[in-house]
Ligand binder design. Structure first.
Ligand SMILES: [Mg+2]
Length: 368
């Protein structure tokens, strides 16, 4: 296979409901898509960064610059027999994992389709039905928070994750646990605490949480290990895991008991598989996190979630939770059991809706 051109498109997509985390509130998404053209066909990938450099350093603007000025010259017109060979072509780039992932993932999707296989099976996936949880943003008050949980449980989702921050943690977690004593519940702090909060965080132990996600600094593993020793609640690392070595380090230090894998954060499918394998070898279960993806990134998350060590419900949910109209056909739907079935069709199994993509596109550029 040889990539002849890369088309970049930025779409503007309003969220059905604004999503608030400890970083702030997202209302409109800037979705940067990469279409990889090779052998007379094309595959699609998504740069999953936020609009602002808060979850990670990347934004649509940094990704556009790196894709056009650095990645395109590295990957265009180079022969490769498998998409896993793209990561080594881009090995000189430090950071910019989400920009790299978009290109690599698009090539995986295209290669699987050309091989006549569903992407998930081609990746080595073993479970066609994946369990789904939801991530609920910070709400303006407790009533709104409880109403949001009630709605998602009624929709069948198997696990409830709520975003928390200092001043909005014990109250929502306690109220949810009191009302629903049996549900799988977890909190995501997105690095909003420090080790000085250890005693406060130990109070979360009373809530029987499945896990507490990334309470400390985004770039830290060591101090999470110190915190984990003071908590019964399992810690889950998200922001601080970028590749398989981070998993080995976290496992060796005892910094977490669960890992959230995000395709963009780790740099694409080949790194995500390595992270998955390292976690499995260390006895650490993983789940797939979400980045408010459009259908393109969502479809890739579904494929990733079929790997055998994805034993916990992920944040991959129905298109309708985020979008009035998703840009893929069919949209992603969730069964009444709170699961998603990975499609049997070759490739990602979802077709980009070009008419809608065109309508939402703010700018487009093809690199040859
Ligand atoms: Mg997180």
């Amino acid at each position: 296979m040889k990539i002849e051109a890369l088309t970049l498109r930025e779409l503007r997509m309003p969220l059905v409901t604004p999503f608030e985390t400890s970083f702030g509130k997202t209302v409109n998404r800037r979705v940067l898509l990469v279409e990889v053209h090779a052998d007379g066909a094309s595959g699609w990938g998504e740069v999953t960064c936020g609009e602002l450099p808060f979850y990670s350093a990347e934004t649509p603007d940094t990704a556009r610059a790196v894709l056009s000025n650095v990645i395109a010259p590295m990957v265009l017109h180079r022969d490769f027999s498998h998409p896993r060979e793209l990561a080594p072509m881009m090995r000189l780039i430090r950071g910019h994992a989400m920009a790299r992932a978009a290109v690599e993932n698009a090539a995986w999707e295209l290669a699987a389709r050309q091989a006549g296989q569903p992407l998930w099976r081609w990746l080595g996936g073993t479970r066609q039905e994946i369990p789904c949880g939801v991530s609920i943003g910070i709400k303006p008050n407790l009533d709104a928070q409880l109403a949001a949980v009630e709605k998602e449980l009624a929709a069948g989702y198997q696990r409830i994750k709520v975003k928390i921050k200092p001043g909005w943690d014990l109250e929502p977690l306690g109220a949810i646990r009191q009302r629903w004593p049996e549900i799988q519940l977890m909190g995501d702090a997105n690095s909003a605490y420090t080790l000085a909060d250890a005693q406060h965080l130990a109070r979360f132990d009373d809530f029987g949480l499945m896990m507490l996600e990334q309470p400390l600094w985004h770039d830290d593993i060591y101090f999470h290990a110190q915190l984990q020793r003071q908590l019964r609640t399992p810690l889950c690392l998200d922001e601080s895991i970028h590749h398989a070595r981070d998993v080995e380090q976290a496992a060796a230090l005892g910094a977490c008991r669960i890992i959230n894998v995000k395709l963009g954060r780790v740099g694409g499918f080949s790194s995500a598989r390595a992270v998955h394998d390292a976690a499995q070898a260390a006895g650490i279960p993983v789940w797939c996190g979400g980045m408010l993806e459009s259908g393109i990134g969502r479809a890739h998350n579904i494929a990733l979630s079929t790997l055998p060590n994805f034993t916990l419900p992920g944040d991959v949910t129905a298109s309708r939770r985020y979008w009035h109209e998703d840009i893929i056909d069919p949209e992603v739907t969730v069964t009444p059991r709170g699961t998603i079935m990975a499609p049997e069709l070759p490739g990602a199994g979802f077709t980009p809706r070009l008419d809608l993509i065109r309508r939402l596109t703010a700018w487009e550029e093809t690199l040859r």
